[in-house]
Ligand binder design. Structure first.
Ligand code: G3P
Ligand code: MG
Length: 239
């Protein structure tokens, strides 16, 4: 698995509203090779970009994402809470986001972010839609159930297991979920685990790294990539 070193977190990082097409366009303009975004299902099964199970923090909607249909969710404003300059920015579908990534040459880390109880269904649906995309991508999830369901649906797509701290039994968890890489919290990283992964040749990407010096320290320790809200800290040629 070859990672872009700098991956814009939640679309385009902190300079644009999270999980929007505006964010993806910004990431491309900054010169990012890759982006990460979160995907959840509407009540009619359409996969959409959103992080929280509820709408209030990032959109003009109210209540639970999984309780509303895709037409309603797409009609919400996902930009104005970030800044009025982004007013009218919609909640994108996964298909729109993957088409835009392919058009912009952005590698995509699609994080499967199931609402509680929808782990398997979300994994299956995301895998089906990702399989139809033309650009490079990787699926990831904190949910082993979602990863297993995605693998069962489309085995050939690369997948990574998301964790906070690297678990002592990472070999077993990776084998169980059939993943090729780990994504872990940078602030929970322990040197022993990192060395063990490096010896085993397991790619590791770390979230969320918003300082250049911290990213450089992680790269020097063998980390393959960082998720960042601040892709603007790097020049295009460095990413
Ligand atoms: O995929 C890395 C990172 O996005 C995981 O945390 O909560 O920002 O989705 P979160
Ligand atoms: Mg995420």
């Amino acid at each position: 698995m070859i990672y872009p070193r700098i991956i814009a977190h939640r679309g385009g990082g902190a300079l644009a509203p999270e999980n929007t097409l505006a964010g993806l366009r910004l990431a491309a303009r900054l010169g990012c090779g890759g982006v990460e975004f979160d995907v959840m299902l509407a009540t009619d099964g359409v996969p959409l970009l959103i992080h929280d199970e509820t709408l209030e923090r990032t959109t003009t909607g109210r209540g639970r994402v999984a309780a509303l249909d895709s037409a309603t969710l797409i009609g919400l404003d996902a930009g104005i809470r970030h800044h009025p300059a982004f007013a009218g920015e919609p909640v994108p579908t996964l298909d729109e986001a993957l088409r835009l990534c392919a058009a912009l040459g952005l590698w995509a880390n699609v994080e499967i972010k199931p609402a509680a109880g929808q782990e398997a269904e979300t994994g299956r649906v995301v895998a089906r839609h990702a399989a139809a995309a033309s650009g490079g991508l990787l699926l990831s999830s904190f949910s082993s159930i979602a990863l297993g369901a995605a693998a069962g649906e489309v085995a050939r797509l690369p997948r990574a297991l998301l964790v906070e701290a690297i678990p002592a039994d990472w070999r077993r968890r990776m084998a169980e979920t059939g993943v090729c890489a780990l994504h872990a919290a940078a602030n929970a990283l322990e040197a022993d685990a990192l060395l063990a992964l490096r010896d085993a040749g397991v790619p590791l990407a770390c979230y969320t790294v918003n300082r250049r010096d911290e990213a450089e320290r992680l790269f020097a320790m063998g980390v393959s990539a960082v998720f960042t809200d601040r892709p603007d800290l790097w020049a295009a040629a460095e990413m």
